[in-house]
Design a protein around this ligand. Structure first.
Ligand code: FE2
Ligand code: FE2
Length: 271
């Protein structure tokens, strides 16, 4: 007997996935709890070598700047959606998500201060992002952009972790990697919810521009930060393969073709 389908997803799969999407109350509790965790041992001495600095600092500074945004435009898109569908808990969860990103920026900034390096005040990627965000009022566009950037960030912090012998910097990277794994789940779930409202043509169009955005962002990140990636043993082929794998998992998820699973990001256990 054929199972009735809902927008290409079998009814039972849709039911399972809907049940596995965590509530905003869950995410609010998760971020609240996670923000209390102190995983970095700041008593450690910063021992980054000058060779490591020459390969990593430019990118660390750029990521530090990127992580310190106030999330104002993203949160405005979240509030607009809330005005339409009324989900105040999601607004609260999104605010805590932004706070967690700011924590990453604060920790990287504190590290730069510790080693006597000036923080970046401008970066080409950051400049571009800060300017285009004014035109982005769509929560869908914000969510897919964040997912793609989070994918790149996971590979980046893993590469920095592997490229340095400075335990303090490795601690900071581990802390970020633990947080980011949840960020992707949080955003994948939101995109899944948004995606369910689309019909066939809207989905096909959406996936097309997701892919274009993915292609452009992956190449921009690689070109801007290849030196740091390569210092961590990640060449262009590795980077693109990992990016594609993570992005593909997100696309699968929003199509209801897989159950929620952890993305294999915490390779830090090997280090
Ligand atoms: Fe982050
Ligand atoms: Fe993140």
């Amino acid at each position: 007997m054929h199972e009735k389908e809902k927008d290409g997803v079998s009814a039972s799969t849709f039911k399972i996935l809907s049940a596995m999407i965590k509530t905003s109350t869950f995410w609010k509790a998760h971020f609240t709890q996670n923000l209390k965790q102190q995983r970095i041992d700041w008593s450690r001495e910063a021992t980054i070598s000058s060779e490591e600095k020459s390969k990593l600092l430019y990118s660390i500074k750029a990521f530090q700047l990127g992580e310190t945004g106030d999330g104002e435009h993203f949160l405005a898109a979240v509030r607009r959606r809330n005005d339409r569908i009324g989900e105040p808990e999601y607004v609260e969860a999104a605010k805590l998500f932004v706070k967690e990103e700011q924590k990453h920026g604060a920790n990287l900034g504190r590290y730069l201060d510790t080693i006597g390096e000036a923080r970046a005040t401008a970066d080409l990627g950051d400049w571009f992002f800060r300017h285009v965000r004014h035109f982005n009022r769509s929560l869908e566009l914000w969510t897919i952009t964040i997912i793609i950037v989070e994918c790149a960030a996971q590979i980046f912090y893993q590469a920095v972790h592997d490229a340095t012998r400075c335990e303090l910097l490795r601690d900071i990277c581990k802390d970020i990697l633990i947080d980011e794994a949840h960020h992707i789940k949080f955003q994948n779930e939101r995109l899944f919810v948004i995606f369910q409202d689309k019909g066939f043509y809207a989905r096909a169009i959406a996936v097309t521009w997701y892919c274009l955005l993915f292609f452009a962002t992956a190449h921009a990140v690689w070109i801007g930060h290849r030196r740091a990636f390569m210092a961590g043993g990640v060449d262009m082929k590795d980077f693109m393969r990992s990016m594609y794998y993570k992005f593909f998992k997100s696309l699968q998820f929003i199509h209801g073709k897989q159950e929620v699973e952890s993305q294999p990001v915490l390779q830090i256990v090997r280090g």
